[in-house]
Design a protein around this ligand. Structure first.
Ligand SMILES: Nc1ncnc2c1ncn2[C@@H]1O[C@H](COP(=O)(O)OP(=O)(O)OP(=O)(O)O)[C@@H](O)[C@H]1O
Length: 328
């Protein structure tokens, strides 16, 4: 884990805003968020960058200089950025959810597409957190986060919500490489293309020492319940229970897959005999080519991570999220 950055009741709050999130909504709310933080007596420092990597580097540098909190403005990609910067540092994360998906904010009960409500919550949480000295934690909800590494290696990424290396990840990857259409039509094109060539994948998944090997359509490691903008992939996942929900779907035919897919919106897919849910703290996912096709590159919180094999380790209460305080 990263070194804990110096904290103090300075009111200095790092802001990382994704102007492209929510189809440009991010750019539109910049001044409102900055003005709202200043009106709350805070000193916002804009650490945004031209792309995800640059913004991450700027946020890390800002945190090293000392912040009371890091506030991200955007969708799940920005929460992912925030988690990667603050995990294990003790600096809380504020979320202004104005993205397309906003799965993490929704699962944590935070405002979505309501900038004024987000700002009010951040102000109240920071005041509560600072009461009686900096960072006593009253306005902060501690949630689990997941460190991802190559087996035996150092942590390369963190994720807050869901890591997936199944068919949905293949669709995501293909859609990201397409240049047209500019909107969600890319996902439909990518889905049709992936389904056209779809052959179930071969996996070996080791969960706290227990091994599952087989032919599968999807392996998802979930800390929170949903991904993809409201698909309840792991309806029983809790972000602070110290456990990951590992959802494995057996290798399904195309027609069975299309019948099962709509059930993700209500989370009822987990009652299908082809879907298995395991709980573990440590999950190793490896390709097993003897049992199926090479699995896709893994995505975490909707962002492209790495190819398998990957090790996921749950770190209990590694990220403090600015949240509603008791009685608020
Ligand atoms: N200046 C930027 N800062 C941060 N991320 C950026 C920037 N420009 C483009 N991006 C891209 O935006 C994506 C994340 O967007 P985010 O989750 O905030 O919004 P979104 O509208 O919910 O997007 P999506 O639902 O498609 O993930 C990242 O994949 C990132 O690469």
């Amino acid at each position: 884990m990263a070194e804990a950055a110096a904290r103090g009741p300075t009111g200095r709050v790092g802001l990382v805003l994704n102007p492209t999130s929510g189809k440009g909504r991010g750019a539109k709310v910049r001044e409102r968020v900055l003005a709202g933080l200043r009106a709350a007596g805070l000193d916002p420092v804009d650490l945004s960058g031209p792309d995800l990597d640059a913004a991450t580097a700027r946020a890390r540098a800002g945190l090293a200089q000392g912040l009371d909190a890091l506030v991200v403005v955007g969708g799940d990609g920005m929460v992912h950025l925030g988690a990667n910067v603050v995990a294990g540092t003790g600096v809380p994360l504020g979320i202004v959810a104005v993205g397309t998906g906003n799965d993490v904010a929704r699962d944590l009960g935070l405002p979505v597409h309501d900038v004024d409500a987000s700002l009010a919550l951040l102000r109240d949480a920071l005041i509560a957190d600072g009461a009686g000295g900096a960072g006593d934690g009253a306005g902060v909800r501690m949630v689990d986060a997941v460190a991802v590494s190559r087996p035996g290696g150092l942590t390369e990424h963190w994720f807050m919500a869901v890591l997936s290396c199944g068919l949905d990840a293949a669709v995501n990857d293909r859609a990201n490489r397409m240049t047209w259409p500019a909107d969600g039509g890319r996902y439909v094109r990518a889905l049709l293309a992936e389904l056209g060539g779809y052959v179930p994948y071969g996996y070996r998944v080791t969960m706290d020492g227990r091994v599952w090997e087989g032919n599968g359509t999807l392996v998802a490691v979930a800390n929170t319940r949903s991904f993809g903008g409201g698909l309840l992939i792991a309806p029983s996942a809790e972000p602070d229970d110290g456990l990951l929900d590992v959802v494995i779907a057996d290798g399904l035919s195309r027609s069975r897959l299309l019948r099962l897919f709509p059930r993700l919106y209500r989370g009822t897919h987990v009652t299908d005999p082809a879907v298995h849910v395991h709980r573990a703290r440590s999950v190793l996912i490896e390709p097993l080519l003897a049992r199926g096709a090479a699995p896709p590159v893994a995505f975490g919180d909707g962002e492209r991570l790495d190819a398998l094999p990957l090790q996921c380790d749950l770190h209990p209460r590694a990220v403090g999220v600015l949240a509603r305080t008791l009685g608020a």
